[in-house]
Write a protein that binds this ligand. Structure first.
Ligand code: HEM
Length: 566
């Protein structure tokens, strides 16, 4: 914005200077010179531009945040770098949420904590349940996702539900929410069960002579969750998807975008603050761009085929089933195509919109569910008594046809399993943060927030708050969910899936997926810590930073051991 404004005023200044509107400080009759594009005028322009740009930046970086901003008195760290604020400290911290947590413990009751980001950009962290409620629910549509957030993941998702705003968001949400209702999930469940059973059989095949296998949970569950998502969201075997014009198949492209190599992750981190993506010719960056373009092309092929197959099937008067899921169940894309075909007026989704939506669901759901599964495995490996408790609950359930547990009347109702999972979600919220900015000046919990201020929504800020969860907030204690009291009983005390009109659309889908995986693992294997994990004990392993997910640095290995009869 500053840049455009300064260019405009510099052009106007150059014209005025060159054509003699102002000379010796006196206004003159303008005399337009046809040779405006001369070298002299270029020097004049550069002079005016540099002078004005430096003044504008000094104002933004030094004067406004330190002396004029109405937010400058809010609580927050003051040990800022003169130009980079807390940016470098956040980047170099051992945890992506470490400094946020530290500031929260210093100011637990402040609705917002203010810190300065890159070039001293003022940033507010939502800090209390009340402030979360106001931003995410009461004033939800007074806030939008800022361009920084789009630059984090928008290359992958496009303008799907995650980034649409206002009436477009409400319309898309109406369509997508129907795909995650209980009847829809019941159609999707067999696809999950099919996939998780195949995963368990695959793991059994990997066991050594002692009946053991070591798995890197981060890597393995990322693959498992992507397989499940491929089937459950798109009705395809991901290994069958490739782009003939690229050496990266779907899986590799997805991996390249969501788990980038370190330099690529750093470029992505910088790109959220300053849009440098287009200008960096390094392979670490161009590889990322190629991978995102590749994903979109492959997705478009799948969707065009699905729409075509659906139309042909309807013309024949048959019930449509995705070819890869015949006799198994339904996938979200098919439900989306059916819903769009049946919808009246403008509610249906076009093919481009479907590409955005499916990639949004895939990006929104895959890595977050995989990360939650990693933390489940970590919790189980370090707390064997909890494995036994879940097995004990499963023992009480009967098995139906094909040896499968009844899900809705059985697995879904197991209290300890549910509390275990809720505690995993609280203790290790997979998502590091999301962003908002107000589209107009707003006052939230008595704090005046000017339009355009960057607002950070970090679920762990309330999930781990001692004032809400007690002095043992950092402990992993599923039992706490049996008797929630006071503020902990409020839905705003747990922000892992957000709240309000933009609450995660895939929350029940994620719970169902994770429970299916846990059941298949815990009924076949004992989960044991590797010596490295045993060394961490009940302390968290080191975390990856920068990262969009709260995930162990360099992976996290556990041992799966054949269980035998139990
Ligand atoms: C453990 C797993 C998951 C976690 C922790 C999680 C967390 C979240 C959070 C915090 C948001 C709010 C983001 C924001 O407002 O900026 C969100 C939104 C969203 N999530 Fe999830 N999610 C999970 C699984 C899923 C799954 C499985 C899907 C899809 C299949 C999904 C799809 C979405 C979508 C589409 C949105 C945008 C909703 C909207 O803006 O209306 N998520 N999720």
């Amino acid at each position: 914005m500053d840049f455009q404004l300064v260019v405009l005023t510099s052009v106007m200044g150059t014209v005025a200077w060159a054509s003699g509107i102002v000379r010796d400080g006196q206004p003159q009759v303008p005399k337009l010179d046809l040779a405006l594009l001369s070298l002299d005028n270029l020097y004049r322009f550069l002079l005016l531009f540099t002078a004005q740009y430096v003044v504008a930046k000094l104002y933004r970086v030094v004067v406004y945040p330190h002396f004029l901003s109405p937010l400058r008195h809010l609580p927050g760290p003051k040990d800022n770098h003169p130009f980079f604020g807390q940016f470098i400290k956040i980047l170099l911290d051992p945890s992506p949420i470490g400094l946020h947590k530290k500031w929260h413990s210093q100011w637990p009751h402040a609705p917002f904590i203010r810190y300065l980001g890159l070039f001293n950009e003022e940033t507010l962290i939502i800090n209390t349940p009340e402030a979360h409620k106001e931003v995410l629910q009461t004033h939800c549509y007074s806030f939008v996702k800022p361009s920084q957030l789009y630059r984090m993941v928008g290359d992958i998702t496009g303008m799907g539900l995650l980034f649409s705003e206002g009436d477009i968001h409400k319309r898309q949400r109406r369509v997508l929410i129907t795909l995650f209702t209980l009847p829809a999930l019941k159609k999707i469940l067999p696809v999950f069960q099919d996939s998780t059973e195949r995963m368990a059989r695959f793991l059994e095949d990997q066991l050594d002579q002692d009946g053991r296998v070591v798995i890197d949970t981060v890597d393995s569950f990322s693959k498992v969750a992507l397989d499940i998502a491929g089937k459950a969201l798109m009705g395809v075997e991901l290994d069958s998807l490739a782009n003939p014009r690229s050496d990266l198949d779907f899986r590799a492209s997805f991996h390249r975008t969501l788990q980038p190599p370190p330099l690529s992750a750093i470029i992505s981190f910088i790109n959220t603050a300053v849009p440098v993506r287009r200008w960096i010719p390094l392979e670490a960056n161009t590889g990322y761009i190629r991978a995102t373009q590749n994903l979109r092309r492959m997705m478009r092929v799948v969707i065009d085929e699905r729409v075509q197959q659906y139309r042909e099937c309807k013309q024949r008067g048959d019930v449509f089933e995705s070819p890869a899921l015949r006799g198994v169940g339904r996938d979200v894309l098919t439900l989306m195509v059916e819903e769009s075909a049946a919808s009246k007026g403008d509610d249906g989704l076009g093919a481009d919109e479907m590409v955005d939506q499916v990639l949004t669901l895939l990006a929104g759901g895959h890595e977050s569910s995989a990360t939650a599964l990693t933390w489940c495995m970590y919790a189980l490996a370090t707390r064997p008594e909890m494995q036994e408790r879940i097995r004990g609950e499963l023992k009480g359930l009967g098995r139906g046809a094909g040896g499968r547990y009844d899900y809705w009347g059985g697995v879904e109702t197991l209290p300890f399993l549910h509390n275990f999972l809720r505690e995993v979600m609280r203790r290790w919220s997979p998502i590091v943060l999301s962003l908002r900015e107000p589209v107009e000046d707003v006052t939230i919990c008595g704090t005046f927030i000017p339009k355009g201020t960057v607002i950070v929504f970090n679920p762990s800020q309330v999930n781990l708050c001692r004032a809400i969860w007690g002095d043992d907030a950092e402990e992993f204690r599923p039992e706490r969910w049996e008797t929630l009291k006071g503020e902990a009983a409020s839905p705003y005390a747990l922000e892992t899936f957000s709240n309000g009109p933009r609450i995660c659309v895939g929350k029940s889908f994620a719970y169902m997926e994770i429970k299916c995986v846990l059941v298949d693992i815990l009924t076949r294997f004992r989960v044991l810590p590797t010596p490295e994990v045993a060394r961490y004990g009940l302390e968290d392993p080191p975390l990856k930073n920068p990262s969009m997910m709260v995930v162990p640095k360099g992976g996290l290995n556990v041992v799966l051991e054949r269980l035998g009869e139990w």
